[in-house]
Design a protein around this ligand. Structure first.
Ligand SMILES: Cc1cc2nc3c(=O)[nH]c(=O)nc-3n(C[C@H](O)[C@H](O)[C@H](O)COP(=O)(O)OP(=O)(O)OC[C@H]3O[C@@H](n4cnc5c(N)ncnc54)[C@H](O)[C@@H]3O)c2cc1C
Length: 412
């Protein structure tokens, strides 16, 4: 697998995947064919670039619509909308993320304090449980920084219901290693598997299903003996998460950016191209904070991707706009960077609930209070998030209308 953290690599991946994005995707996407070269032609593997904002959902959907039309690309479109839906859902219930962080830290401390828990946790993350499929995926995740969607579902299910480990430790393990590790998609998918997202509806991995959809892996189907039975109950939790829609920023026009401004590139918006800026910045500032995903160490493939993504993004933006680019180092104040470049305001791609926001907002908040921040939010997010109130269904049903509203027709 080749995951160069550049826009050129993202566009090349999209171009290579496009022929398979129609009916073929719908029919074959569930198979986990393994990481060997060429094995994964059935899915796009665009998630690291989408997560880093190196390529945008809008341009991906437009290209797929142009290649296949709305009917044949329905399934692929729906999957991309799952990403937008999860983001909108968490934005309306940020307490889920806050509780995840508190629960994760408590679970890590409890594991540290108990030898039995420590051993069980170490076996799981080191791929030494004796459940072949699970162990293969644990190694694959650490070594490649990516797992197929079906493998993520099976892995999370075995973690929760067979190994009976805390789901937040599993979500943390994913965040520490997935290049696409996303606070919304990851936390809410783990909660979905556990039966906490759709209350009472959990996902139980079955050995025959795993064997069927891993049959084309180079080593053959993966075995998974001794999994939790069909009568295993979902997890429950005492609290509900009431919904509150935050005020979303409107579209930014050239007049909003009339004075010299800086552009911030961060881990979820590492490239300027998908932002569609209506004016050119006088300075580019890069903030890479992948370490903020977890109190534990992050994996090497993720580190390389995250560092490269912001570094390449800064270099390409500086070249495109003919301006300087500077790194904003963790712990350093931001205001002096702006002062040195004589810019008052900074355009900040929306910081969604999660680790990117946790890492950057404390320093940005005082600037926001002074009216010095211009927030950039994509049109597709702005129109979709308000529909992410409960289940995915209303979002999936409205996908066609939402795309048309945003001018994403494949006919540009
Ligand atoms: C337990 C668990 C944890 C997950 N954690 C993450 C995560 O941290 N970050 C992440 O981006 N996705 C996560 N997913 C969703 C999904 O597994 C990945 O987005 C997908 O596997 C990425 O591979 P791809 O790009 O080849 O997907 P494709 O099948 O080619 O889909 C295209 C794009 O649609 C989006 N997408 C597809 N399926 C989903 C889905 N079920 N939910 C949300 N978005 C989706 C992704 O952006 C993806 O790149 C998780 C799923 C599970 C079950």
């Amino acid at each position: 697998m080749d995951f160069a953290p550049t826009r050129a690599a993202a566009l090349a991946r999209l171009a290579r995947f496009l022929p398979a994005a129609g009916r073929r995707y719908a029919e074959t996407r569930n198979a986990d064919n393994g990481p060997a070269a060429g094995g994964r032609g059935n899915v796009s593997q665009l998630s690291p670039w989408l997560h880093a904002g190196i390529i945008g959902e809008a341009e991906v959907l437009d290209a797929v619509l142009a290649a296949h039309g709305p009917r044949a690309s329905e399934k692929f479109i729906a999957e991309v909308f799952w990403r937008i839906y999860f983001k909108g859902y968490l934005e309306q219930r940020p307490q889920i993320w806050a509780d995840y962080v508190t629960g994760r830290d408590a679970a890590l401390a409890a594991t540290d304090a108990n030898a039995g828990r420590r051993t069980a946790y170490a076996r799981a993350i080191e791929g030494r449980t004796g459940i072949e499929a699970f162990d293969v995926w644990a190694h694959e995740l650490v070594e490649t920084g990516y797992l197929h969607n079906h493998a993520r579902m099976w892995f999370a299910s075995i973690w929760i219901f067979t190994l009976k480990l805390d789901w937040r430790l599993g979500a943390d393990f994913f965040l520490r290693h997935l290049m696409d590790g996303d606070a919304a998609s990851n936390t809410l998918s783990w909660r979905w598997v556990a039966g906490l997202h759709t209350k009472g509806k959990h996902y139980l991995a079955r050995a025959d299903n795993i064997a069927r959809y891993t049959a084309a892996r180079p080593g053959g189907a993966l075995a998974a003996f001794g999994l939790a039975g069909d009568d295993t109950p979902p997890l429950t939790e005492p609290q509900d998460y009431p919904r509150a829609m935050p005020g979303l920023p409107g579209a930014v026009s050239a007049s909003d950016l009339a004075q010299p401004f800086a552009l911030l590139l961060h881990d979820e918006a590492a490239h300027h191209a998908p932002l569609g800026l209506p004016a050119e910045p006088a300075l580019v500032i890069g903030a890479q904070r992948a370490e903020a995903r977890s109190p534990g160490a992050i994996g090497a493939p993720l580190r390389v991707f995250a560092e490269g993504a912001v570094a390449h993004g800064m270099a390409e933006a500086a070249a495109a706009f003919g301006c300087a680019a500077m790194q904003w180092q963790p712990g350093a104040p931001l205001a002096p960077l702006l002062g040195a470049a004589r810019v008052e305001r900074i355009a900040v791609p929306y910081l969604p609930t999660g680790w990117t926001r946790d890492a950057l907002w404390p320093e940005l908040a005082p600037l926001a209070a002074q009216g010095r921040i211009i927030t950039l939010l994509g049109e597709l997010d702005r129109v979709t998030w308000p529909l992410a109130k409960a289940g995915f269904f209303p979002v999936g049903k409205a996908a066609g209308t939402l795309l048309a509203e945003c001018g994403i027709t494949g006919r540009a």
